[in-house]
Write a protein that binds this ligand. Structure first.
Ligand SMILES: [Zn+2]
Ligand SMILES: [Zn+2]
Ligand SMILES: [Zn+2]
Ligand SMILES: [Zn+2]
Length: 158
């Protein structure tokens, strides 16, 4: 399991009046504001640390930024451009960022993989499903499993 996201924290610092103004890594001018942002070991005007895609001010959106190929991006754009949603908990293959997924607790699934793992029944919106030992189960199989001793651990309600 490797989860490598190139995310970096952003700090907002207040500028001490008696210190020499720092240069902004975005516009190369001195930062004379009362606050500056520190990210990627560089200093930035609050206005200069922006997502290369949507121009949002990263100091406001959250306190992380993402970089890839010299681009500075907000999380949304990073995931949109480069991200993957995660690994499908059923087939353990990667799910690309754009694909529709099903989510259950912390797990994500391909739409096609989201079915009872014992009887392959697919679920519709509103259907009950159960998660047991990271297996998706329909209600019938779940309840059957509960009755067979030792087959499942104690029930965990979903
Ligand atoms: Zn600047
Ligand atoms: Zn963005
Ligand atoms: Zn899958
Ligand atoms: Zn089933």
């Amino acid at each position: 399991m490797q989860k490598k996201e190139k995310s970096f924290g952003i700090q907002m610092l207040s500028v001490q009046p008696d210190t020499k103004p720092k240069g902004c890594a975005g516009c190369n001018r001195k930062i004379k504001d009362r606050y500056l942002l520190k990210a990627l070991d560089k200093y930035w005007h609050e206005d200069c640390l922006k997502c290369a895609c949507c121009d949002c001010r990263l100091g406001e959106v959250g306190s992380t930024l993402y970089t890839k190929a010299n681009l500075i991006l907000c999380r949304r754009d990073y995931l949109r451009l480069f991200g993957v949603t995660g690994n499908c908990a059923a087939c353990s293959k990667l799910i690309p960022a754009f694909e529709m997924v099903m989510r259950a607790k912390d797990n994500v699934y391909h739409l096609d993989c989201f079915a009872c793992q014992l009887c392959n029944q697919r679920f519709c919106v509103g259907d009950k499903f159960f998660l047991k030992n990271n297996m998706i189960l329909c209600q019938t199989d779940y309840e059957e499993g509960l009755m067979k001793e030792g087959y499942f651990e104690r029930a965990v309600s979903f």
